[in-house]
Design a protein around this ligand. Sequence first.
Ligand code: GDP
Ligand code: IMO
Ligand code: MG
Length: 429
Amino acid sequence: MPAIVLIGAQWGDEGKGKATDLLGTRVDYVVKFNGGNNAGHTVVVGNQKYALHLLPSGILTPNVTPVITNGVVVDIEVLFHELEALASRGVDVSRLLISANAHVITAYHRTLDKVTERFLGKRQIGTTGRGIGPAYADKINRLGIRMQDIFDENILRQKVEGALDQKNHLLVKVYNRRAIEVNDIVENLLSYADRLRPMVVDTSLVLNQALDAGKTVLFEGGQATMLDVDHGTYPFVTSSNATSGGASTGSGVAPNRIERVIGIVKAYTTRVGAGPFPTELFDESGEFLRANGFEFGTTTGRPRRCGWYDAPIARYSARINGVTDFVLTKLDVLTGLKTIPVCVAYDVDGVRVDEVPVSQSDFHHAVPIYEEFEGWDEDITGARTFDDLPPAAQRYVLAIEAMSGSRISAIGVGPGREEIVVRHDLLGL
Ligand code: GDP
Ligand code: IMO
Ligand code: MG
């Protein structure tokens, strides 16, 4: 049985949580392989709304084993807070597994995230302030604390000392903050050891054995392709690999076990935080998308920047991730527009460019070349087959499918679990 990867194809918040939840009943494991509690997934089940940050969205489905693998950075305080909040609403969280190699976000990472952003001034990334970048920086610098370290006080103390040595100089002398006490960090982490012990395992072994035994594993990416540290709009990105390749390095499941890659795209585009965004709207159309799509961040509550669908970005995502199927979400949000522009290429300093430019400056200068499509007025939230959609909505979907580099296998027509039109089985089972 296959491993399947689900990733965001734009700048995040495409509706990955809903798509994962939708597939939940048909898979055995749902794996978060990158990022941390910078993610925000809103999942609506019946009349219940859940906001997930660190935990994989599969946790809402009974009998699914949720797994946090080595590629994730874990804020343990947030972990228990989220687990307790779900448990108090009757969600069974007892099966959660966490990799012994996952890195830990501590108080000093959160502090550094905030002070470095402040120091960047105009060049700010607009991070979520959750300590994500500093935790990954420590991992790459070989100064990180891993989950397994929490079970060995001696080693933990040495590692925290090593990590704080330099950072305290920086915090005190450059950022004018108080030094952080090694002991405070160590005691805080140790206080979670007993509760963590039963969850922390070799997740690579567990997942590979599950695949050997014929189980289905769904990898759920946090963030998105254009926020990927290698393939996104660097430096306005997150600090992990949010693309499909990240599922392998982030979990220890080899690429040749992955059979399908599901890319989630919105029927328009949004972005939170700073960085280039060619189709961004500053007029009443942008307001229309924000209000109708309720485009406010699940994690920070910030209004999301909104713009039209960008076909070169979808095509780029199809290529980088090897997308086999797209899920097009939030088509219902476009209802009521007279015409719907779609970006088909860019004008970069007077030259037509069909692909996302590799040069950062070119992308900053990219002006969208639009093609206009006819809108529709009919309420589409009740549509369950492609034929239920008004002809203009069908034409819009078929047109962007032709431009986006892979087939559109499902279409979201509302936030609810059942508000979806399925054209091709996403799992291909
Ligand atoms: P994620 O980070 O990719 O999981 O996405 P978010 O949860 O941050 O943002 C997506 C938002 O759109 C959530 O509030 C979802 O409930 C909502 N949503 C998902 N699919 C649809 C859809 O097809 N139509 C509408 N109207 N809302 C949707
Ligand atoms: P989901 O999984 C949208 C953005 C931040 C910022 C940049 C870096 O819900 O799609 P970070 O805190 O990661 O160092 O911030 O990345 N960002 C997201 N934007 N959706 C997300 O997650 C995001 N996670 C991070 O706004 O611009
Ligand atoms: Mg989100």
